[in-house]
Design a protein around this ligand. Structure first.
Ligand SMILES: [Fe+2]
Length: 177
C-alpha cells in the first residue's frame, strides 16, 4: 500500500511539518522522480509512486523531533508502518543511513530517496560536496560528529557513483532540473 501524492501532502499538514521542510521535501521528490524515470529508461525497475511517497514523507516526524531529539528516520518509519505503509516506512527509516549494502547493478527506491535528500540543501539542488560542507559546518562540532559525517559521505558517494555509472551523465547536470 502506497499513499497518493494528495494523501502524502495531507499527512505532511497533519504532522505540522514546518514550511521549509515542506519545500525541501517537494524538491527532494522532484530530484528523486527525475532520477527514477531516467534510471528506468536504462532498464531499472523503480516504483515511481513509492519514490514519490518516500520523498514527500521522508521528514514526516522531523518537526516534532527537533523538540524531542528523537531519530526522525526511525520514528517516521514507525509511524508509516503503523499506518500500513510498510515499504514507504522502510524508505523513510533508511533516508539517513541505508540499512544494508546494495546490489551494484540494481538501484533501490531507498537509495534514490537517500541520495536525492543529500542533493537538496534546504530547497536548492547542490553537489554532495556543497551539501556536506554545510552539514560539517553546522553539525561537525567535535571529532565524533565529524567522523559520523565522513562515514555518511563515503556511503553516499558510493551511491552517486552507482547511479551515474548507469545513467552515463554527470551528477552536476541535476542542477539544471
Ligand atoms: Fe531527514
Amino acid at each position: 500500500m502506497i499513499p497518493s501524492r494528495e494523501e502524502c501532502l495531507s499527512l505532511m499538514m497533519r504532522y505540522g511539518m514546518l514550511e521549509n521542510i515542506v519545500s525541501h521535501s517537494l524538491e527532494v521528490a522532484k530530484v528523486a522522480l527525475f532520477l527514477s524515470v531516467e534510471l528506468n529508461k536504462k532498464g531499472q525497475k523503480i516504483d515511481l509512486d513509492l519514490v514519490e511517497a518516500g520523498s514527500l514523507l521522508h521528514d514526516l516526524t522531523k518537526t516534532e523531533c527537533l523538540k524531542t531529539k528523537d531519530d526522525h528516520a526511525r520514528t517516521g518509519g514507525q509511524v508509516l508502518k503503523g499506518m500500513g505503509y510498510e515499504r514507504v516506512g522502510d524508505i523513510v527509516a533508511q533516508h539517513i543511513w541505508l540499512g544494508k549494502e546494495g546490489d551494484p547493478s540494481c538501484v533501490t527506491e531507498e537509495e534514490i530517496v537517500n541520495y536525492a535528500d543529500k542533493r537538496v540543501m534546504h530547497d536548492r539542488i547542490v553537489s554532495l560536496g556543497e551539501r556536506f560542507s554545510d552539514l560539517k559546518a553546522r553539525y561537525g562540532l567535535n571529532p565524533k560528529a565529524m567522523d559520523y559525517l565522513e562515514r555518511l559521505q563515503t556511503e553516499i558517494y558510493g551511491i552517486e557513483n552507482k547511479i551515474f555509472f548507469i545513467l552515463q551523465f554527470d551528477p552536476n547536470d541535476l542542477r539544471h532540473l
